[in-house]
Design a protein. Structure first.
Length: 393
């Protein structure tokens, strides 16, 4: 059985380990980005893909369930159609390339995994598939059943039907999708593979003094300024998207590594507890499926801003959110919708199920709970969000 362990690094460069025994690694989600999978000319790097597939096959022999989130459909389509375009292109262009390239991408994976007698299954997902509770559970059950049959699910965003311009329609990047998959299948480990070794204090291609950050503890460590846009235009996510994905995954109890996919046996080393790249230790314990779904943010309908006192009560005392702590209501939502709760700096402090709609919350914000009955047509309790229906970040 493969294992992983957490580490601690206060300097950003040393490799000292935390004391403690390694925990068993049962389930791993691996995300391979566009920049990694494409070589010169924007074509698929089949040799690199073969190396990654070989490592996944070996992980399976060690009893580890593996789910692969892959980019590359657009690059494969560009190869088939002979398109030389370097940037992301327009949305219709990208959807055409994805439609042509998706079958080509899966054909390559089918051949590579077939050499190891590994069965794979394709799953194309969009935000809409996971935005309601029933859809979330259906996808979760399917992926879990595939893993139980020793099948490797190969996941990609459904670029052909996902429309970025429509709010809530697309994930926008496979980093977010991989974090959602780790959330879905209750994974132990998420590995985000790219071209760089991990998170650096600044762009290592521009700054010779840039240092690799070995350990990042979210949300305590503020590393947002280290993130920048994609360097080559091949990927849609960039470092900022990877940090957001790590925040989502670690909050639901998943350990995350950001590493270079070209390092020898990087997947095997990480699953066995060796260090490579940047570690994001799980910041929360495993939580039940309903709370993981709330945490995903895929069904969030609106936001509530709270004052500093309420934020402390939520984060440190695990209290319910009362109307007295609410300072602002953003967006429209109904009773029973999932909402984000932001602190005074507009940082997400929690998410949960609203007891009242946005109109009622706007009426009672800043007031004591005993005044709710005076201002709303129907009273559903003294809390805007009850602690039992809340996930604190």
């Amino acid at each position: 059985m493969s294992r992983y362990r957490s580490g601690r690094d206060h300097s950003g460069g040393s490799e000292s380990c935390e004391a403690g025994q390694a925990a068993p690694c049962r389930r791993v989600v691996i995300k391979a980005g566009s920049a990694l999978l494409t070589g010169e000319g924007g074509r698929l790097d089949v040799d690199l893909m073969e190396t990654l597939v070989g490592q996944i096959a070996r992980l399976r022999l060690e009893g580890v369930d593996v789910l692969l989130v892959t980019s590359g459909a657009v690059a494969a389509g560009r190869h088939v159609l002979g398109v030389v375009q370097k940037d992301g292109g327009s949305l219709p262009d990208r959807q055409v390339l994805a439609a042509v390239g998706q079958s080509r991408l899966m054909q390559v994976y089918e051949q590579l995994f077939g050499k190891h007698d590994v069965v794979i299954a394709q799953a194309l997902l969009s935000r809409r598939d996971l935005s309601d509770r029933l859809g979330y559970l259906n996808v979760r059950n399917t992926l879990t059943a595939l893993l139980e049959h020793r099948v490797v699910p190969v996941i990609n965003e459904n670029d052909v039907v996902a429309v970025d311009e429509l709010a809530g329609e697309a994930f926008g990047d496979n980093d977010t999708l991989s974090a959602m998959c780790a959330n879905l299948i209750d994974a132990d480990l998420l590995v985000l593979l790219g071209e760089t070794e991990g998170l650096y204090t600044s762009d290592p291609y521009l700054d010779p003094g840039a240092r690799l950050v070995r350990v990042v503890r979210l949300p305590e460590d503020d590393v947002a300024e280290m993130a920048g846009p994609p360097r080559d235009g091949k990927g849609r996510g960039g470092m900022a998207a990877k940090l957001e994905a790590a925040k989502l995954a670690t909050a639901s109890g998943v350990t995350v590594f950001l590493a270079c996919g070209r390092e020898p046996d990087v997947l095997l080393r990480l699953s066995r507890g060796d260090k490579a790249g940047t570690l994001f230790p799980a910041s929360g314990s495993k939580m039940e499926s309903r709370k993981r779904w709330m945490l995903s943010g895929l069904s969030t309908r609106g936001e509530i801003v709270v004052d500093d006192g309420a934020a402390v009560a939520l984060r440190e005392r695990h209290r319910s959110l009362l109307p007295a702590g609410v300072t602002e209501v953003v967006g429209a939502f109904e009773r029973g919708d999932i909402i984000s709760i932001l602190d005074s700096r507009r940082v997400r402090a929690a998410c949960g199920i609203a007891n009242y709609g946005s109109g009622d919350v706007d009426k009672i914000k800043g007031l004591r709970s005993d005044r709710i009955g005076e201002l709303v047509e129907r009273e559903y309790g003294e809390e805007v969000v009850h602690r039992n229906n809340m996930v604190v970040l």
